[in-house]
Design a protein around this ligand. Structure first.
Ligand code: PXP
Length: 237
């Protein structure tokens, strides 16, 4: 059965909008665990726009399901990862001005940088996943680097329609089959939502999906009615 890793970055995005204490990502992590999530995913970005260093430590302590830390190849963050010891680290590319992670890691082009980061984490017993495009060259680089997992970037699939989306779905299928044949464990994520996830779930050898934005967006509306009712009780007392 495919596992679900819940990415709670955008709970922190909302908190950072006010630089306040609510909503707390650690509470979101606990709720996701209680709801049956198989893991919690957080991205400690270099610009700290959502998740903060303290969140990483707090969340690791608060949940008993595996923590997956998304991170760039940056010494500062490698040190935090080694200190916190998440179950897995997913290496992602990072550009300061991007709205979200745009495209997969160039594991082939940045081979030495990525291999060095992976080695530092694995040396401390942390398993590593590489967030890459569904591309043969990137999969082969991930294998050569010695990553345990790849996470196939589903962003292009999520952002296209009809024939272009079918083509991308096929590329993802071929990539999953190839990566599995090399002994890599295959995850997927980015842009997956309540309507486009089913087709990706039908791709062979999928191990885990990391889904964030659509779950947090849905939670706003599934929770809003209750939140308004609670405030009405206070206001109209
Ligand atoms: N996987 C990776 C590697 C990501 O960088 C992200 C976004 O932080 C996700 C999954 C989750 O993407 P989304 O928020 O679109 O579900």
């Amino acid at each position: 059965m495919i596992k679900l890793g819940v990415n709670i970055d955008h709970v922190a995005t909302l908190r950072q909008a006010r630089m306040n204490i609510e909503p707390e990502p650690v509470t979101a992590a606990r709720i996701a665990e209680k709801a049956g999530a198989d893991g919690i995913t957080i991205h400690l970005r270099e610009d700290r726009r959502h998740i903060q260093d303290k969140d990483v430590y707090d969340i690791k302590k608060a949940v008993s399901i595996p923590l997956n830390l998304e991170m760039a190849c940056s010494d500062d963050i490698i040190n935090i990862a080694i200190d916190v010891h998440p179950n897995t680290c997913t290496i992602v590319p990072e550009k300061r001005q991007e709205i979200t992670t745009e495209g997969g890691l160039d594991a082939a082009g940045q081979y030495h940088l990525v291999a060095d980061t992976v080695a530092k984490l694995q040396e401390k017993g942390i398993k590593v996943s590489l967030f890459i495009e569904p591309d043969k060259m990137q999969i082969e680089a991930a294998k050569k680097i010695g990553a345990e997992y790849i996470e196939i970037h589903t962003g292009l699939y999520a952002n296209t329609e009809s024939e272009a989306q079918k083509r991308e779905l096929n590329r993802i299928k071929e990539a999953a089959v190839y990566a599995h044949s090399l002994g890599l464990i295959v995850n997927a994520g980015h842009g997956l939502n309540y309507t486009n996830t089913q087709s990706i779930a039908a791709v062979p050898y999928m191990h885990e999906f990391n889904i964030g934005h659509s779950i947090i967006s849905r939670a706003v509306f599934t929770g809003l009615e209750e939140a308004v009712k609670e405030m009405i009780k206070i206001v109209k007392k």
